[in-house]
Design a protein around this ligand. Sequence first.
Ligand SMILES: Cc1ncc(COP(=O)(O)O)c(C=O)c1O
Length: 368
Amino acid sequence: MSLSDRWRKHLDELRSQGRLRTLRTANGVDFSSNDYLGYGTLRLTAAAELSRSGAASRLLRGQHPVWDEVEAALAQWQRAEAALVFSSGYLANLGLLRTVIRPGDWVASDARNHASIIDGLRLAKGQRFVYRSLGGLDQALDRARRRGLPGRELFIVTESLFSMDGVPAPLESLVDLARRHKAHLIVDEAHATGCSGKRGRGLVGAGHFTGDVLATVHTGGKALGVPGAFVCGSAVLRDYLVNRCRQFIYTTALPPAVGAWWLDAIERVIGDDEGRERLHANAGLFREALAERGVRAPGESYIVPIVLGDDARAVAAAARLQAAGFDIRAIRPPTVPDGTARLRVSIHADHDDATLRRAAAAVAEVAS
Ligand SMILES: Cc1ncc(COP(=O)(O)O)c(C=O)c1O
């Protein structure tokens, strides 16, 4: 069978399971993107003079001074020793995990973690353990520590706000477990960066855990509205990544203009307490309007999952919402566990009250 035939066969199987995805142009009021603070639609003029290609890896000609400025600003914002920009959050997770975790090490990953973490851990080749409870994690850490060969390092990897569930990770307990078992904690802040904590630092900063984590991963493409991502950690971690991280080394630098966007975004997000307040207030309003109609959604955040269970039901519900002018998408397995297909509503700071109420009414209608 040719490669094309193999791919076609797989696509046919997905189609018959109702799991075939197609690219769809955005339409209707945005309730699906991660542009939480509404920055994605702003114009950035400072970028114009820097608009040239990234041209090469940052280890070659791709290193533009703007990145030093950006990384210094990111480290200062996050109160970290150092920061390193990656081309995307997917690459940041792959690169960080693959570089830091060596074969022979042991790593625990929350069952709800994003695909980029799962793929990073596959590349890393450490011994993996997927945890579903803190009790299970505690026992597994204990076993791993007692059975460990000399030199084996233990890691825990989690998102700080789970992207498909809208609930926060139990960071305080994870910090405590990591401390007790001498494990390293890595936190992906993709959906919290800009939206939570003082100056929008995220949930690690909000909990005052910055000194307790090995590294945090932050994406630009969500609340910050800029391409790329960054990793925060110690200066030596940064140097190690610059020297050993294939996902940083073997790829073209982002264009310097993107660096100017970053500087603009960092300044804006630090000062945007009002946006964060609106975002959280809007999430509260939407959730309350759903609850009034008898619809329960887990969590309290601006990511509002309405679990419908069946794939086809979720797809049909999303189609009805889209036809009514709300761009709300169905999330199906394997992104979420089997039997938990859902509508994922992404609340933004720039949604107005009336639109939120209309959207909640429409969601309640299709969910009942
Ligand atoms: C938790 C999490 N980490 C990482 C990523 C990847 O980020 P990016 O879109 O910048 O590749 C995503 C994107 O959806 C995410 O939700």
